[in-house]
Design a protein around this ligand. Structure first.
Ligand code: F0G
Length: 451
């Protein structure tokens, strides 16, 4: 992956057999058993300040004029693999995302406090930016001209932006017709060579794995361990926002399972360093139609992957063969979290409920609230416990879904049509009127009567 002396001290560990290799002797998979790799932390011989010193250093950087301090990722660079002296990161000032309290959603779910860590507020509108700034910076440092990813949309949008900022070319493989045009338009605007391939995400991934074996192209999917290092910083930022008192539960959507793996790694590292005293329970929610992790845990005890043919309107998580399943299972076990699945209608309803709290998100993010409601009913989450939902993408990432929802078209003519009747109270179809004051006033009166 790298031949630079500056990264020579970075070590990668295999999640399967545990073999440790220097980064400059590694590919993206373990040379011994072929499994995925993760960055070893802390690096042997690298002295870290104590927890109190780290906290105040990170806080001080928030007022710094330097680009890498203004980045909500590189601000925590003591926890990241070192890029090396004189090597500037490619940054769009990612991270620094808000933590919102969702009071309506808390009432609906039946818990006292629900927070949203809104990763959709990143520069390209999704959590992918936090990982991309790190992995793209390593790609440039290692002299790559081309970077590439297979994507359900958000990774490609993010990669294309960071490649453009870093002066690299990017290749995107996306499943034809199965990603939101809003995400597709981002990749085009940032200049990526964008291929709509006649297959699904898993098929795109297969083709790309072969391409990067044949060509000097740097793979920026989340099997790249540097991506996950950047995505860890969400957890650091969250703990800073919570004054280093972990919440009881953190709930994330699960697709390729890189994000849950990254967050789990981050919480573990913070605990080891004494930055937090305990781990929040980290739970992963999937769409029923893309439930590989749920089935892996329930049917195989987390020991063997159950792949599925994925189908869901939450296209971001339409993934049947998640690469990081082993890492995610380990995180569930270490934190005492759980897995759950939610239906298409439950996702749509939860998305509108988050919207009604004044915070929009894309469908994949809404599985978190839908899952929380189930976990409360099951007694896994107690009414007096604090919960953080990680909202992974912005509302405007998938406007088609939202418009169809409000027009009542989302499930029309599908087997979900009957069940979708529960969505009616949340639907707000646009109202076409004659151009008159009276017409608007009448509409206003009718709305007032309804509320
Ligand atoms: N939420 C959103 C909005 C996503 O875009 C993704 C993944 C996930 C959740 C799931 O995260 O894969 O780390 O478990 N999107 C990828 C993409 C696969 O290509 O944009 P994960």
């Amino acid at each position: 992956m790298s031949t630079s002396a500056q990264t020579a001290q970075v070590l990668l560990r295999c999640v399967g057999c545990g073999a440790v290799t220097p980064v400059d002797e590694s590919g993206l998979n373990c040379a011994v058993c072929g499994d995925l790799l993760e960055v070893l932390f802390p690096l042997p011989g690298l002295e870290l300040p104590d927890a109190a010193a780290l906290r105040s250093l990170w806080l001080r950087r928030r007022t710094s004029p330097l680009a890498q301090d203004q980045s909500g990722v590189w601000r925590f660079r003591e926890m990241l693999p070192p890029l090396g002296e004189g090597c500037a990161p490619i940054t769009l000032r990612e991270g620094n995302t808000p933590l919102y309290e969702l009071s309506l959603c808390a009432r609906i779910a039946g818990v006292q406090q629900v927070f949203a860590k809104h990763q959709g507020m990143n520069p390209t509108g999704s959590f992918k930016d936090t990982g991309m700034t790190v992995a793209a910076s390593f790609a440039r440092k290692d002299g790559f001209r081309w970077v590439a990813c297979a994507s359900t949309g958000n990774t490609s949008a993010s990669m294309a932006a960071y490649a453009a900022r870093g002066g690299m070319k990017s290749l995107v493989l996306i499943p034809e017709g199965k990603i939101s045009w809003s995400k597709l338009s981002q990749a085009l605007e940032y200049g990526a060579v964008t291929c709509q391939v006649k297959t699904d995400f898993d098929g795109c991934m297969k083709i790309l794995s072969e391409i990067v074996r044949r060509m000097p192209i740097y793979l920026l999917n989340s099997i790249n361990p540097f991506r996950l290092e950047g995505q860890k910083t969400v957890a650091f930022e969250l703990m800073e926002q919570f004054d280093w008192q972990p919440p009881d539960h953190v709930i994330v959507p699960g697709g390729n399972l890189g994000n849950s793996s990254a967050l789990g790694k981050a919480f573990g590292e913070m605990k080891d360093l004494g930055l937090i005293s305990g781990l929040p329970k980290l739970s992963v929610i999937q769409a029923e139609g893309a439930n590989a992790l749920v089935r892996t845990v329930r049917e195989k005890g987390g020991k063997e992957l159950v792949s599925v043919h994925a189908e869901t309107l939450a296209t971001a998580i339409r993934i049947g063969n998640p690469a990081s399943w082993k890492k995610a299972v380990r995180v569930l076990e270490a934190s005492g979290g759980t897995v759950e699945q939610v239906s298409e209608v439950e996702i749509a309803l939860a998305k509108a409920e988050i919207g009604a709290d004044g915070i929009g998100c894309e469908p994949a993010s809404a599985v978190t609230l839908a899952g929380l409601k189930k976990l409360v009913k099951q007694g896994f989450v107690k009414a007096n416990e604090s919960v953080v939902l990680v909202l992974t993408g912005h509302l405007l990432k998938d406007p088609d879904f939202t418009l169809k929802f409000h027009r009542g078209d989302l499930f029309a003519g599908t087997p979900h049509e009957k069940e979708a009747a529960v969505l009616a109270p949340r639907q707000r179809a646009p109202i076409v009127l004659e151009a008159s004051v009276d017409a608007v006033l009448k509409t206003l009166e009718a709305a007032e009567k309804q509320s």
